[in-house]
Design a protein around this ligand. Structure first.
Ligand code: GLN
Length: 292
């Protein structure tokens, strides 16, 4: 079979299965199996695909048709320009979350200490360490399996002092199996989190890829979706220095509720930041010095 024929077959199967970006995904999976790039289909559609490659491609197409997310099949998702390894134990890093990482970076200074709650693949914390100097980061998650993914990503993406060719130094990191702050010690300059925030009752309405394949514990935010925000904000003062910043990713309709929780919790300069779709995506605040 030729490269072009394989692609046509894969595309048809994914369209039939109702995959939203069938053509794109069929192409990406073929490139993944044959170690080619975008140009291959245009330049060499007649290129032969070995029976072994065909077999692997068909198997991946079958899995994608079952709505397994593309990134779990290729094992990778870029975030902040960095290739993160992912598997079914972690939420796939979203582009929306880059809004949070970018805002954190604007407020991060050399040598700061950062706490990332519900770190998952580690994508937020690792990006912050990678693009800053001499910062120290702690990431926590309830899931030991997720932490193993985060640790692998950190080891791969954060070159240690002296090992880096580019001269770029990622800061030091530690990952902790912990229910939010439970096992966290010390005070931090910044706390970031993309906690689970989907209201339990809305989970059945999510896309099959998310609903059936991404970790439920990374999505389920309790009855009103706000359970994690309440806990994170209530105990923030035990681990966030006065004047330190808290940055939370939120669902599109949660800005009002989360801003109110932050103000009640002693935060000042509470701001809502939109994503590129124009939806409220991040709430930030600075822990005030006042008594509360
Ligand atoms: N943004 C994710 C989604 O759309 C939800 C992530 C989360 O709950 N933190 O499914």
């Amino acid at each position: 079979m030729t490269y072009g024929e394989c692609f046509g077959e894969g595309k048809r199967e994914l369209i039939q299965a109702g995959v939203a970006e069938a053509e794109l995904d069929a192409g990406l999976l073929l490139e993944f199996v044959c170690r080619t790039d975008r140009g291959a289909l245009l330049a060499h559609p007649e290129r032969a695909v070995s029976p072994e490659e065909q077999g692997r491609y068909r198997e991946l197409i079958r899995q994608r048709a079952r709505r397994i997310p593309l990134q779990y099949l290729t094992g990778e998702q870029y975030f902040m320009g960095l290739p993160f390894q992912v598997d079914e134990n972690v939420l796939i890093p979203r582009q929306d979350t880059e809004i949070l990482a970018e805002e954190a970076l604007r407020n991060l200074h050399d040598g700061m200490e950062i706490l990332d709650l519900c770190t998952g693949s580690g994508c937020i914390l690792i990006s912050l360490l990678r693009y800053s100097n001499e910062c120290r980061g702690v990431g926590t998650d309830l899931s030991g399996a997720a932490l193993r993914v985060a640790e692998k990503n950190a080891e791969r993406l954060l070159a240690r002092e002296g090992e880096s060719l580019s001269g770029q130094r990622g800061g030091s990191f530690a990952f902790l199996e912990s229910n939010l702050y439970e096992r966290v010690e010390g005070m931090f300059d910044m706390i970031v989190s993309n906690p689970p925030y989907i209201p339990t009752g809305q989970i059945p309405d999510l896309m099959p890829e998310v609903r059936d394949h991404e970790p439920r514990i990374a999505l389920n935010g309790g009855g009103d979706g706000l359970a994690f925000y309440r806990e994170i904000i209530a105990d923030a003062g035990k681990h966030l220095k006065k004047g330190g910043m808290l940055l939370l990713e939120i669902g599109w309709d949660q800005a009002g509720a989360v801003s109110a929780l932050m103000k009640d919790g002693g935060f000042v300069e509470v701001r809502v930041i939109r994503d590129y779709a124009g939806l409220d995506r991040v709430v930030t605040g600075v822990l005030g010095f006042g008594p509360f």
